[in-house]
Structures are given as structure tokens and as C-alpha cells.
Design a binder for this molecule. Sequence first.
Ligand code: BTN
Length: 264
Amino acid sequence: MDFNEKNLAIRLSGMRIGNDIHFFAEVESTNDVLFKLARGGAPHGTVVIAESQTKGKGRLSRQWSSPPGCNIYASIVLRPAIEPLYAPQITLMTGVAVADLLSEYCTGAVTLKWPNDVLIRGKKVCGILAEMSASERGGVDFIVVGIGINVNIRKMDFDESIRNMATSLAEEAGHNISRLDLAAKLFDNLDTLYTGLMDSGFGSIKDAWLSYCDMVGKQTQVIFKDDIASGKVLGIDDFGALIISDEKGKARRIIAGDASMVKD
Ligand code: BTN
């Protein structure tokens, strides 16, 4: 097994994201561990990785299944000088970094589903959970970006409740993948996109995100708590909201929820 603290430290040494790495056999949640480290001043690019999580967190207070020995559970702290309103750009950027990465193994089969699921052939392979801390001045202090990638887990090892909706990179590529290689490439992709975002703005990341998203122009339903919004997807805005055109043709911004395609 090459996926361990020593090999990660060697492989990530000198990288802007991953040079400071904390590896654990088991934690409750890598996001929670890193959030505490970031509050204590952990620098931009610090990474927490765990072999398994006992309380892996998903979006909308869900759990993220995190068995040992097969997947990547990683959190990265970023310290962008932006206003909190723009924080969703960091989540969308992460989606693009993962989609670029997985496309190396499954060319043309990777899509992004708003707000930020990464799918291969329509099945979820990766989830992203970003958690922000704002500074007293009102800017972003830091963002902890949590990434869970199903790498080598086999279909039969998924919980029955998600077996038909989830997949792994190995299942889709047809062979096991080195988690060490994958983690190193992921942090490199993230660093490149982050530098581009900070230097040149959101435009090219938004274009890349939309190029991976197959929802545009399609009839979609978004459920959030008791609200159901339906309409044709027009795109996303610079604040990460989904823009749909409702039945009266009026554009509506959706800021959270679970999206699913509906037949026209
Ligand atoms: C989703 O619901 O799609 C988001 C899942 C995010 C899971 C990752 S695994 C690493 C990090 N630590 C957590 O507790 N959650 C994120």
C-alpha cells in the first residue's frame, strides 16, 4: 500500500497545496479536523487526508460513507482574499479540478451536476463540501474544501441505498488507480485553477464548469426543504446560483438544493 503519510509527504513536498499534510488513519471528518487547524492559523494549502472517516459529512447534513483502504477523503484550506459572496466560485473551481482529473481516466464520460456533484456516466463518483469562516472585517478568512472521491471501492461494497446512484473511478476505468498519483494530481490541478481564479477572475472556470455540465437547456427540478423549483436550466451566475427559466419564462436564481432532470 503506497497511500501513507510518508509517501504523501515525499510526493507533495514543495507543492503549494499539500506541502503541509496531516495524514490520519481515522478521523470523524477531515473537514472538522482542518477547520480547527485553520482557526489556529494553518497556512493556505494545508491538507488533511484520512484513510477513513467515522462521521464523514455530506451536503445538506447528509453523511458521506467513508470506508478505509479504497477512497480519497481530503480537505484543503484556502485563504482567498475575496468577499464571502464569491466563496461558491471556490467550490465550482474544485468541481472543475476534479472533473479535469477524472477525465484523464474516463475521457468524455465525466459531468458536473449543480451544485457540485461529479458524475461518471451519470453516477456520482465525487462529492465536494466547502465550509467557510469569515473574518471580523467581513471578508473570507479561510475556506475548507472537502473532497470525497470513490476511487477503488467496488460496486458491491457500496451501501445498498446508494449502489445504483454511485460509482467509483476503478469501476468506470476498468482498473484500480493509485490514490497517491490521484491525490498529487488533484492538488496540482487545484493550485493551477486557484492561481488562475485569483489572477484572471471566474470567467474561464465558469466556462469550464458549464462545459462539463449537461443540465443546460434541460427541464430540471430542484428540491430544497419544502420548496420545489422547476424550469429549464439557463446556466449559473458568478455567485454559484443555478439560473432556471420557470413556466412563465421568468428567470429564477436557485441557491441550494438537490437537482434532478425531468422529462420534457
Ligand atoms: C456531498 O454531499 O456530495 C459532499 C461530500 C463531501 C465528502 C468529503 S470527504 C472529505 C471531507 N470531509 C468530510 O467530512 N466531508 C468531505
